[in-house]
Write a protein that binds this ligand. Structure first.
Ligand SMILES: NC(=O)c1ccc[n+]([C@@H]2O[C@H](COP(=O)([O-])OP(=O)(O)OC[C@H]3O[C@@H](n4cnc5c(N)ncnc54)[C@H](O)[C@@H]3O)[C@@H](O)[C@H]2O)c1
Length: 270
């Protein structure tokens, strides 16, 4: 009996496919863009930060495929709608949508990184808009394009805090925190992934990547507590996400939908 099995190189080849990455100018977004460009994809980087978009574009000078950038604010419904025509003009179509942009706020933002009583409805709504409403809306807006070649892909970036409750002891003595809206929006995104996967099958596959915490110059007290609790003994790095996004975006995962790949150094395995 002769089995005809495609090579890993053929299954992983993304030449001629366009991948749109929201938050494409951010840390994980850039690493995922590089991974898909290495696999031959054309890229459409979407972000609200124009300067960061320009530098992300420059970093990809070696990419063989086309790279376009689109500066929009994903909090705005009209700008999300306008993106469809802009993408049609720059690339004609997309085959992969990566919902990676996240509302992560910062310690300066009022009503966000603070105790439960101080968390505001305004930051709750903004987090829900970027982390949950925008992925829903972009999936809806781009589904007709993604369906066209019969193997469209959507990948959502969630968080371990969409799966697990926070251990607030990690943040003691720092200005860091873990707002309810972040956790709830990411938990919603994991479930939206499942909902979309059965609804859009078989022409579009929908999966999720759930990152654990990445090293970002956090205070040493936090970092050491985090690492202590992580089986693989370190925080995440941007390159840790290259394999998962390539796997999910390409035909390497052609028989997989509705799943969540947790890339967290084993944080959630205890
Ligand atoms: N860094 C971590 O430790 C970590 C952990 C778990 C999950 N995640 C998730 O991974 C994803 C990427 O995170 P990152 O660490 O690369 O973050 P990052 O802040 O480096 O990048 C996020 C990008 O999204 C863009 N963005 C934010 N709001 C936007 C908006 N309204 N419109 C358009 N663009 C917007 C930002 O400008 C930025 O370039 C996020 O969804 C985040 O929640 C990150």
């Amino acid at each position: 009996m002769e089995l005809s099995v495609q090579s890993l190189a053929d299954l992983g080849n993304m030449t001629g496919r366009v991948a749109l990455i929201t938050g494409g100018a951010g840390h994980i977004g850039r690493a995922m863009a590089a991974a898909l460009a290495e696999a031959g994809a054309d890229l459409c980087l979407v972000d609200r930060n124009g300067e960061a978009l320009a530098s992300a574009r420059a970093e990809l000078h070696w990419a063989a495929g086309n790279v376009s950038t689109h500066q929009i604010d994903l909090e705005r419904e009209d700008e999300r709608e306008g993106l469809v025509a802009a993408v049609r003009e720059s690339h004609g179509r997309i085959a992969v949508l990566v919902n990676n942009a996240g509302f992560v706020g910062d310690s300066q933002l009022g009503g966000w990184v603070t105790d439960f009583a101080g968390q505001s409805m305004e930051t709750w709504r903004r987090a829900m808009e970027v982390n949950l409403a925008a992925p829903f809306h972009l999936a809806q807006l781009f589904a007709p394009m993604l369906e066209q070649n019969g193997r469209g892909v959507i990948i959502n970036l969630a968080s371990i805090y969409g799966l697990l409750g926070p251990d607030m002891r990690l943040y003691e003595g720092t200005k860091m925190g873990n707002p309810a809206a972040y956790a709830a929006s990411k938990g919603g995104l994991v479930q939206l992934t499942r909902w979309l996967s059965t609804t859009l099958a078989p022409r579009i596959r929908v999966n999720c990547i759930t990152p654990g915490g990445l090293e970002r110059g956090q205070p040493e007290s936090f970092r050491s507590r985090y690492v202590e609790r992580t089986p693989l003994g370190r925080m995440g790095r941007e390159e840790d996400f290259k394999g998962a996004v390539h796997f999910l975006a390409s035909d390497l995962s052609a028989w997989m939908t509705g799943q969540n790949i947790v890339v967290d150094g084993g944080w959630s395995a205890w």
